[in-house]
Ligand binder design. Structure first.
Ligand SMILES: [Zn+2]
Length: 417
């Protein structure tokens, strides 16, 4: 039986970033290689693999049908990300199918609901700016035209990148038939904070309680490009100076709100020359808080501070929302069921966004987190031990069976169909 560790070892050289970690943006050569790897692994297990019109890969074990139990995650990464964020959930799903099959369980047995693995594109939003783009398209949470016209840093549109990946962007958008096939969605994911790692001798697995509300905003600061030597300090309209003040305002606004997190992780001076005063700075703001009103108030405060800083420098500031997801409370009945099926597991809220959070507005959705002793994610230090990965597989297999995705072949298991 192939373990999760072996599966992850097979893809360990795909998309390595020479700066550290992995950079696997959606529909890049690296991500397409990972998608091909998944298709190969699923096919070798006898799964029926299709890619839908939103670029979501579905691997059905047995007959595709409505109301099935679906598990899965994503294969794209942030720039310089870890090895586990996304691929752990995909590899664990494949491994869990091996476990269930070895137990004599089948998705086509009487009483079984059916089982599929789904791989979602652009979960991180690291290429086109909108996180969970695949699940947003599937559920109709984003307008197809807006999605098609999203651009990456090279000016390539999502439509162009989709076409280059062999997909037809004309047909992206809400897909009620695909959505109807998900009766329950369960995503296994590396834990991205210190929740489990901080409990000595504690459990390796947690059931998600909620996903923190989060959003992304793009700030554009326009000043006057000029010569670094010939322009007196008093004569400058330097958007980099405004950007520096904005970053400090972001820290102050978030620090003033308990439980708020606000980050500027990406800033691009245009044109970007050592002896050039920038004419424009693009920067991206990520804000998260359990209370969506607090998130909105924090962004308002940052926007006001940014405009004031811009005015003082003679720069113009624009703030545009790129995506916004409310705080999601995972389905209470499913949470209880998962805790019953997986005794000894912890209950944890997460500050990271997930496709399960987007799907939760439409179908009962749950998540399992696997211990990450480093407490670090979206960075190379993200870590899951082989033993914990194996525990994750067993928890996922138990959950998928307990939720009725599979049943004993040749025998009704007494569960209501
Ligand atoms: Zn992830």
């Amino acid at each position: 039986m192939t373990s999760v560790a072996h599966l992850l070892a097979d893809i360990a050289d795909i998309g390595r970033d020479p700066r550290g970690g992995y950079s696997r943006p959606v529909y890049s050569i690296a991500e397409l290689d990972l998608r091909a790897w998944f298709v190969g692994e699923a096919t070798s297990r006898g799964l029926d693999v299709t890619t839908d019109r939103n670029g979501i890969i579905w691997a059905w074990w047995g007959r595709p049908r409505d109301g099935a139990v679906v598990t899965g995650s994503h294969l794209d990464s942030v720039p310089g990300g870890g090895a586990f964020d996304g691929p752990l959930g995909v590899a664990s799903a494949l491994d869990a199918i091996d476990v269930l099959r070895a137990r004599g369980l089948s998705p086509d047995a009487p009483g079984a609901r059916g089982l599929a693995v789904a791989v979602f594109p652009e979960e991180e939003g690291s290429r086109f700016g909108v996180a969970c783009l695949g699940s947003r398209l599937l559920t109709g949470a984003i307008d197809p035209d807006r999605a098609r016209n999203l651009t990456d840093t090279d000016g390539v549109t999502f439509a162009e990148a989709s076409t280059a990946a062999g997909l037809d962007p004309a047909h992206v958008g809400r897909d009620p038939e695909a959505l109807a096939r998900i009766g329950t969605f369960l995503e296994l994911h590396v834990e991205q904070g210190r929740g489990l790692g901080a409990i000595p001798d504690g459990p390796a697995i947690a059931v998600a309680t909620s996903i923190l509300g989060h959003g992304r905003w793009r700030l554009t600061i326009r000043g006057q490009g000029n010569h670094a030597g010939a322009t007196l300090m008093a004569d400058r309209h330097d958007p980099m100076v405004t950007a520096a003040r904005v970053i400090l305002a972001v820290r102050e606004a978030a620090a003033a709100q308990p439980d708020a997190r606000a980050t500027v992780g990406r800033i691009v001076p245009v044109p970007g020359g050592t002896n050039v005063i920038a004419s424009r700075v693009d920067m991206w703001l990520d804000v998260r808080h359990p209370d969506d009103d607090v998130t909105a108030a924090t962004v308002t405060r940052i926007s006001e501070a940014a405009r004031a800083a811009g005015a003082a420098e003679g720069c113009e500031v624009d703030v545009v929302e790129e995506s916004l997801s409310p705080t999601t409370h995972m389905d209470p009945a499913l949470r209880r069921r998962l805790s019953d099926l997986l005794p000894g597991t912890e209950q944890l809220a997460t500050g990271a966004g997930h496709d399960a959070g987007v799907l939760a507005a439409h179908v009962p959705s749950g998540m399992l987190f696997v211990r990450n002793p480093s407490g670090i994610s979206h960075a190379p230090e993200e870590y899951v031990s082989d033993d914990d990965a194996a525990r994750g597989t067993l928890a996922l297999a138990d959950a998928l069976a307990g939720l009725g995705g599979v049943a004993l072949a040749g025998a009704a298991n007494g569960r209501d169909a």
